[in-house]
Every structure is written in structure tokens, then in C-alpha cells.
Design a protein around this ligand. Structure first.
Ligand code: ARG
Length: 477
């Protein structure tokens, strides 16, 4: 058999080798191998190679029959991956090598023309960008399901008041729906960030070659269209060494998980006996091997825990990139485990939260009871005094004294009577009772963005519109 530069002495297929007198050490093969990790890019690699073949056809490098053979070969390999029949040879350096070897086995020498003017550097980043585009779309779609679940809970519990907290201490009454919609605001910003990451990834690198561009007359714009990229990369050196788009995704996902981690913390607290605000659906909790009474919020806890792992991926990528000279460096192979793990984690978190949110059952009696502890209406008393003409600082001071009195008596400030109030200020009239009403306190905060029911209903309507808008955008990109 004719020995070409790909068929080395020990018969391990490589995409390089001609200039070497000796094989790499076995441990170096193991050290540099990324097949198990990047095998999930298989279908994206094939997509990129199909476009590459088309580029070479129009550049006159491939004749139509060669082109057809390559296309058919790639199609066969694609089917093998889709039906999980592709047989991996763990000695192949990466998925790109494995696919080219397979193509060689199916169609013979024509396969070796496919890599004309291409480098693994532009090949790898093309596949990775296609992967990112798919996954970001899927993350946004799943996040929109979470948004819908939160929106229906906010609508179901509309009008139910609860204590709002600062420093985890009772602060002022708010609507439960207002609290839930605070999360949908965070998630809307996450969606915006993910769309930004999507557009950053939608840049076609093929034609950049190893770093300097390809000498063949490849129509890059046509390739971009074929692969559904928004635009082509502007600089070949940047194109093969840019991983900003990966970091954008992992950053967006880190922020998303940070938001879920906060929600998790609240679910953990709220489902304790001490709070008792919410009860989780059985199907989304776990028991204890020793304590028969336990119903644990493990999904929320694990979400909180997994957030650290996703941050780890972000720091991993930022640190991996910070010292790299242009253009491609092998360090960049380490981008894949980080982004795959972050994306997988985010998708799993989203999948488990949508049904869990739908199944949350809020204990409205318990929420009501807790409104009468912690002097939630103290600010309303100060605001009452302001309306009666007292400067706010003074009103704050006077109300503070009233609160201290209530604490010493062991009662909530809202239960004090007019006779008591008037001893603290002659400005206080019997109508103080109106200031001591939870609903009045909530509905008094009627500025846009406030917790008044009227405003919360507007916010909910806006959310529903936004979900539709994002769903439309997803269909278009
Ligand atoms: N597996 C490598 C990666 O994912 C392929 C690129 C190798 N390129 C090279 N010039 N050695 O980054």
C-alpha cells in the first residue's frame, strides 16, 4: 500500500506526520487527545465540512463528481452518528480526525482533498460556533418556559400580600406576585444577554485557514449563508483565536445560575417550618434515609451548588485565554469541557425548574399571619406623619420610638390603638387606622415598578408580551 503522510508507521491515522521521524510518545497521544470530549461536535463538524466542500467546488478545487462523493460520504457518516452506529477509535486525536479518517475509508483518496485551504483551527471554531448557536437557542427556549411558569403563578396568586424583606428581616408588605415578578425581570435580562451571546457567535470563520486566510477563491459570504451565520469574520487571525463568544455564553449562563441560586435560597428558606411560606410538590423533593419525616428541597440546594461549578467554567475560560499570543494555541482545546459543562448544567436546571415552579403551592394563611409580626407598617406610620406635615427625618425618629414601645410591650406596632399613638405626637389623629392597613400600604405604592396591585398587573401584562416577543425572535434567528 502506498504510504502517504497520513499513514504513519504504527498505523495510527493522523492529520499530520510527514515532517516527523518518530511517533509521539504514547503518553503524549493520551495527553493531547480530546476525542471523548469533542465527539459531541460531530454533527457540527460534518455541517462545516459540507460547506467547505461546497466552497471548494466553486473555487474549482473539487470537480462535481469529487464534490458529490464527499457529500455522500459525509451524509453516510452523519447517519452513523444519528443512529449511534459510529465506531470510535480512541487513538484518533479528536472528532475532526475521526471523521476525516472515516471519510477516507468510505470514499478513498478524494477525502484528502476536503482539507484544502482549511486548517483544523478554522474547522474547530466553526463547529464550536454552530454548537453554541444551537445550544443558546435551546437555553432561551427553556428559559421562556420558566418565565411562563412564573407568570402563571404570579397571576394565580395576584393580590396575596406577604412580608417583603431586607437583610432577611421583615421590611414592608409586598404582593407575592411582585416578588415573583422580580425574578422574571432578572430572567428577561438573562435572555437579552443570551441573545447578545448568540449574535456574537453567529460569525463564520471558514476561509481563515490556519491563521492567514486561504489562498483558494472560496466565497465566504456564500458559505456563511449556507451555514446560516449572520456574517463572516473580518480578520483571519482573530477568527481562529477568538473565544470571546464562548465566554459570552458561559458568562450569561453564570448570571442565569446566580439568579436561580438566589431563587433557590428563597425556596429553601420558605419551605422550612420556620417560614412555611411554600410547599414543594412531592415529585420535586427527596426524603432522608434515616429521618422519616423529611421532605428536602434538594433541587433548589443542588441548583445553588451547581452555580459554583458554572462560575468555575467561566473563570477557567477567562484564565485560559488571558496569556495567549495570536493566533491559535493548543490551550484553546480546553474551552470545550468548560462550555459543554456550563451549557449542560444550565439546560438541566431550566428543565427541572419549570415543572417545579408550576407545582409550588403557597401557604396564603401563613403569609397572612406573618404580616402581623416584625412591624412591617412602621414606614407607613412615618409616611402618615409626613402627610400631616412632619419632616421625614423627624417622623422616622418618632416612629422609631413608637416601634420601641411596641417591642417592649411585645406587640406589633399595627395593633396599637389611637390613644397610645397620640401620646407620641399631637399630629396623630384617629385616621391613623387607615395607615395601619396592609392593603392600603401595598396599594399606596402605585408608582410604576411599585408593589400596588394595579402596577403589578401592568408588569404581568408586560411580561406576557415580552415572552411572546422573545418567542417570535427565537423563531426568526
Ligand atoms: N482538538 C483541537 C482543538 O479542539 C484541534 C485543533 C488542533 N489544531 C492544531 N493546530 N494542533 O482545539
Amino acid at each position: 500500500m502506498k504510504k502517504d503522510n497520513k499513514q504513519k508507521k504504527n498505523n495510527v491515522f493522523k492529520l499530520w506526520g510527514g515532517r516527523f521521524e518518530h511517533e509521539p510518545a504514547e503518553v503524549v497521544n493520551r495527553f493531547t487527545n480530546s476525542l471523548l470530549v469533542d465527539s459531541r461536535l460531530a454533527l457540527y463538524d460534518i455541517q462545516g465540512s459540507s460547506a467547505q466542500a461546497e466552497g471548494l467546488l466553486y473555487a474549482g478545487v473539487l470537480d462535481p463528481s469529487e464534490y458529490n462523493r464527499i457529500k455522500q460520504g459525509l451524509h453516510k457518516i452523519e447517519l452513523e452518528f444519528k443512529t449511534k452506529r459510529f465506531v470510535f477509535d480512541e487513538r484518533d486525536e479528536d472528532i475532526h480526525t475521526a471523521i476525516e479518517k472515516k471519510l477516507q475509508q468510505i470514499i478513498g483518496d478524494t477525502a484528502s482533498k476536503l482539507h484544502t485551504g482549511r486548517s483544523r483551527n478554522d474547522q474547530v471554531v466553526t463547529a464550536l460556533r454552530l454548537y453554541v448557536l444551537d445550544e443558546v437557542r435551546s437555553i432561551v427556549a427553556k428559559l421562556l418556559d420558566v418565565q411562563s411558569a412564573l407568570s402563571s403563578q404570579a397571576s394565580k396568586y395576584m393580590g396575596i400580600p406577604m412580608p417583603g424583606f431586607t437583610h432577611t428581616q421583615h421590611a414592608q408588605p409586598v404582593l407575592l406576585s411582585h416578588h415573583l415578578l422580580a425574578y422574571t425581570e432578572m430572567f428577561n435580562r438573562d435572555i437579552e444577554r443570551l441573545f447578545h451571546a448568540y449574535y456574537a457567535a453567529s460569525v463564520m470563520p471558514l476561509g481563515s485557514g490556519a491563521l492567514a486566510g486561504t489562498p483558494y477563491a472560496v466565497n465566504r459570504e456564500a458559505l456563511a449563508k449556507l451555514l446560516k451565520f449572520k456574517e463572516i469574520s473580518a480578520n483571519s487571525m482573530d477568527a481562529v483565536s477568538d473565544r470571546d463568544f464562548v465566554i459570552d455564553v458561559v458568562y450569561s449562563v453564570s448570571m442565569l445560575l446566580m439568579h436561580f441560586s438566589r431563587l433557590s435560597e428563597e425556596i429553601v428558606l420558605w419551605s422550612t417550618d420556620e417560614f412555611g411560606f411554600v410547599s414543594l410538590p412531592d415529585a420535586f423533593t427527596t426524603g432522608s434515609s434515616i429521618m422519616p419525616q423529611k421532605k428536602n428541597p434538594d433541587v433548589a440546594e443542588l441548583t445553588r451548588g451547581k452555580t459554583g461549578r458554572v462560575y468555575g467554567s467561566l473563570v477557567n475560560l477567562l484564565t485560559m485565554m488571558k496569556g495567549l499570543p495570536l493566533a491559535y494555541d493548543r490551550d484553546m482545546q480546553e474551552d470545550k469541557p468548560a462550555v459543554f459543562d456550563a451549557v449542560d448544567t444550565a439546560k438541566l436546571v431550566l428543565e427541572v425548574w419549570t415543572p417545579m415552579i408550576k407545582g409550588l403551592s403557597f401557604n396564603t394563611n401563613r403569609l397572612k399571619e406573618s404580616l402581623f409580626h416584625g412591624n412591617l407598617l412602621a414606614t407607613d406610620i412615618a409616611d402618615y406623619l409626613v402627610r400631616r406635615g412632619m419632616p421625614f427625618r423627624k417622623a422616622h425618629e418618632v416612629t422609631g420610638r413608637i416601634v420601641l414601645y411596641a417591642i417592649k410591650k411585645g406587640v406589633d406596632v399595627a395593633s396599637l390603638g389611637y390613644e397610645t399613638f397620640k401620646t407620641f405626637s399631637p399630629l396623630i389623629m384617629p385616621d391613623i387606622r387607615h395607615a395601619l392597613d396592609i392593603k392600603a400600604s401595598i396599594n399606596g405604592r402605585a408608582v410604576p415598578g411599585g408593589t400596588a396591585e394595579k402596577q403589578v398587573r401592568i408588569a404581568l401584562e408586560k411580561l406576557e408580551k415580552k415572552i411572546k416577543h422573545y418567542e417570535g425572535l427565537l423563531k426568526k434567528i
